[in-house]
Write a protein that binds this ligand. Structure first.
Ligand code: ADP
Ligand code: ADP
Ligand code: ZN
Length: 206
């Protein structure tokens, strides 16, 4: 199954992606994580990506498209994949349609006023990428899954977030219409607890 997770920053894409990838035995491909690992190893793409990510802007389409196209050619994607954070523009969606096909797009909707709190309180595992929230960590500073340290992403500050939410509205939200017209959208209310959101996605995916 070729799946896409759509939603604003903080909607819970990463959180649900980890669970869905495990349930359906498909690789979880997060373009944000790929960029962060390239930034860490200071590759040329990482250096370019950082200048955009730090400002809360999107990395240029050509860069994101090339990374995903190459990733989807790998053997582990033969039986399906789960894209988290791609496509983010209509141009990216059109490119994806050229080199692959999409079975379902899970659109996770969360009211805008809750997103800011989710993002600024997010803590991310430095190793496996699992997302946590300070409200539920009870002071813990390590990952419950792999034991690595939890960090706050550099771009999860209030200033960058405002720009990211704006970018989402202008550049990514039009994809809801794009995929609705193609008849592949699954709309999910993301404003419930994590397990409830997960079971409603599974129910609709069948
Ligand atoms: P995204 O990948 O869409 O940016 P994340 O999955 O990283 O979002 O989640 C953003 C933040 O919100 C994290 O701190 C995460 O723990 C928290 N979160 C995710 N899903 C829920 C939920 N259903 N209810 C409350 N908090 C959530
Ligand atoms: P979030 O979980 O908060 O939505 P991501 O980890 O998916 O954030 O992405 C972090 C940043 O990486 C984005 O703000 C953007 O700058 C960049 N990015 C990730 N995916 C893409 C993409 N498909 N196209 C362009 N930029 C991207
Ligand atoms: Zn971890």
């Amino acid at each position: 199954m070729n799946l896409i997770l759509l939603g604003a920053p903080g909607a819970g894409k990463g959180t649900q992606a980890v669970r869905l990838a495990q349930k359906y035995s498909i690789p979880h491909i997060s373009t944000g994580s790929i960029f962060r690992s390239k930034i860490k190893s200071q590759t040329p793409i990482g250096i370019v990506a950082k200048s955009y990510i730090d400002k809360g802007q999107l990395v240029p389409d050509e860069v994101a498209i090339q990374i995903v196209e190459e990733r989807l050619e790998k053997e582990d994607c033969k039986n399906g994949f789960l894209l988290d954070g791609f496509p983010r523009t209509v141009r990216q969606a059109e490119a994806l349609d050229e080199f692959s096909h999409v079975d379902a797009v899970v659109n996770i909707a969360v009211p805008l006023n809750k997103l800011l709190k989710r993002i600024t309180g997010r803590r991310t595992c430095s190793k496996c990428g699992e997302s946590y929230h300070i409200d539920y960590l009870n002071g813990k500073t390590t990952c419950a899954k792999c034991g690595a340290d939890l960090i706050q992403r550099e771009d999860d500050n209030e200033q960058t977030v405002t720009s990211r939410l704006d970018v989402y509205q202008k550049q990514t939200a039009p994809l809801i219409d794009y995929y609705t017209k193609k008849g592949v959208i699954i709309n999910i209310d993301g404003d419930g607890d994590i397990e409830k959101v997960f079971s409603s996605i599974c129910e609709k995916l069948g």
